[in-house]
Each structure stands twice: as structure tokens, then as C-alpha cells.
Design a binder for this molecule. Sequence first.
Ligand code: HEM
Length: 400
Amino acid sequence: MTELADRWGLDPVFFWMRDDWRPDAPVEIDDNGVVHVYGHAECAEVYSDPKSYSSNVEALLFGDAGHGEALTEGALSAADPPKHTKMRKIVSRAFTPRMAAGLAPQITKVTHELLDAAADKEGLELVGDLAYPMPVIVIADLLGIPRSDHTLFKQWVDQIVVAEGEVSIESVDVHREDANVAAAVGQVPELIEYLRGHVAERRRRPQDDLLTKLVEAEIDGERLSEAAVVIFARELLVAGHLTTSATVGNLVLCLDAFPEQMARMRANPDLAPGMIEETLRFLTPLAGAARASVADVELAGVKVPEGRLVRLWLGAANRDERQFTNPHVFDPDRDPNPHLGFGRGIHFCIGAPLARLESRIGVNILLNRYPQLRTDPDNPVEFRPSEDVLGVTKLPLLTS
Ligand code: HEM
């Protein structure tokens, strides 16, 4: 069989996708001093030690250079304990797994609406027709953004997405104010202004939505400030959108590449959870994460000095043969499947229950509505130009 990486025309930046790829060592330091972590145990070790590995990568990259206000200031994903512990507790009161489970009817409705809108077309383009818009609509509905503003909202999200594709952590110029870098972390001024208005409104007139719950959530009498609610809402969009659409696309790609698994899933939709977990391992959507070392530490025998950028190659870790038997085989029956697709430890993805639900419902409805669904050999799949997110930007499918 040709390598899937070749068949899909994958960029070599996804080096870990190749069957013959093995790291020389689980941890390496390159000529620029960047620490690359490829091993599963080693990524897990970094995740379990926030005292030595900070999530505030921006402080390391930018220091005092360039930006007046830190771009990720106040973001949950960039916070370290004890601040992170407190914030995570408060937002967990509002953004609960139960709340995600309650969204099943809404996700079903949105999926059908989007597929209905594409019904007259010949074939489907999975990303534009379903995988891209669905998670944005779900998050917008969840926050309580009125449907009449969705077009506006989508424009801002598009700006973030385009910018994300053009920015990579290692290429950031710390001495230059860069609108793309700002947009990539959700700093679109119009979006922030818009969210601010909604948050202030929820304080005055509570509604039955996540923004209100975030405004009202408290731990030990302490609430999130209005600014913090705006930042978290923006973060949900940035963290929960592309990753989820990538997962929906990657799951369909895996099912298409392994027709026997497609047949099993069609026969038994309850197999979806195993298929999703294996997709998160096999085609890891958030393939590269980052930390900053804030102490001199040793990792797998390598001395990691303080003040280094540490790249966690989650896609590679998910194919570490010390952890997974036959890592280059797509096996949805792996049990357990301790992949790092949602990270690990204190920053473990807070949106995982929602992402799993959206992927399960979205793909099951898709298979149900299209019994002949398959990729189009004349119209190839395209991927995001990014080494950190492995996800399709265009996935044309034949439906008959
Ligand atoms: C399949 C889709 C998704 C994938 C693969 C994914 C992946 C991840 C990963 C790997 C992390 C940890 C990053 C790190 O610590 O280095 C993370 C954190 C996070 N994710 Fe997700 N995510 C997905 C969906 C979502 C959704 C739907 C939401 C919300 C609507 C979301 C919100 C977040 C937030 C807020 C964090 C930061 C949590 C913290 O720092 O405590 N994610 N995600």
C-alpha cells in the first residue's frame, strides 16, 4: 500500500505520519536551542510538571519586545498555577460535561441544517459544507450569540483561522507588531468589542446561555471579571473550532482510507467513540503543542536549560512504539488508547466532551445520509498549511 502521507500529499512537516519514521531520541535540542519532545512518556512528563514547564510561552517568545499588552493575557491555556487552578475551577462550574451532553439535539439540528443546505449540490465538500461551520455555530449558540449575528461572527472567526494558518510559533518575529499573530490568538478587536457588549448585557439581564453562566460562576465568593469572561469566550472559539473541524475531517479521511472500518461503523454507529479516539491518535489534530522551560530540568537524560521553547510533538508521541503496539496501524479497538490528542494533566482539553459529541453526531448523520460516501480521486484533499494543526481545508466527497 502506498503510504497514506503520499496518497494525501501531506507536507513533510508531518514527519511522524511516515511508517518508517523513528526519532533518534525521544528528546532533542536543535541548533536554535529549541527542545523537541517526541516520546509519549516524555510529553506526559512535561505535561505533569507545570512548575518546570510554563504554559505562558508568550512571555518567553516576546518578553518585553513589541506588544504593549500580552496577547494571551488572561487566557486559561496560557495560565500557570495557582492562577490556572482558580480560573479552571470557576470556568468548570459553567462549562461542564453535562452542559455539553445537553447540546446533542442542537448539534443534530445544526448538522442536518448544514447538510440540507448542501443537498442540491453534486457531491459534498466536507469542510465548507459541514466540518468548518458546525463547531462555530455550536459555540456561538452555546455562548448565546443571536443567530442574526452569526454571519458577522463567522467573519471574525475566519480572520482568526486565516491568521492561524500563516503563523507558526518558531517563525514569530518578536520585535514586530504583527496583526496576524494577534488575530491567530483571537485578538480581533471587533470580536472582542462585540463579546464585551454581550457580557455587559448578561450582567444586567441574565439569560439561559454560557455567557451568563460564566458571568455568574463563582468559587469562594470570587467571580470572573468581565474582561476575563470575554477572554474565555474568545478562547473557546480559538481552541474549539479548528480542532473540532479537523477531527471531523480526519475521521472521515480515516474511514475512507480503511473501508473495512467504514463498513463496521455504518453497521454499528456505537463504534464511533473508538473510531474518534483512534483518529485523535492516528491523525492527531493538535499535532504540536508548546511550553517554556522555567527551570533547569532533565528530560530523558537531556539537560533542558531554563528559558527554552519546548515543542511537544503530540502526533509523534501518539505513534511512539514504546507506548502503542503497531502505532502506524489504524486500530479503533485499542483499549486503552492513552493518546495525547487532548493533552494531559491540568490543561487537559476542557472541550473534550463537546468535541467528542460533535464528531460522533456529525459523522454518524453524514454516513446515514450518504450510503455511498467516498473521496474523489480526481479532486484531492487539501490540508492546512500548518505544522501544529493537522486538518483538512478541502475534502471533496462523492455521494453517489
Ligand atoms: C477534537 C477537538 C479538540 C482537540 C483535538 C483539542 C485539543 C486540545 C489540547 C491538546 C489541549 C491541551 C493543550 C496543551 O496543554 O498544550 C486543549 C486545551 C483546551 N481546549 Fe481543546 N481540543 C478540541 C476541542 C475543544 C473544544 C470543542 C473546546 C471548547 C469549545 C476546547 C477548548 C479548550 C480549552 C479552553 C483548552 C485549555 C484548557 C486549559 O488550559 O486548562 N477544545 N485542547
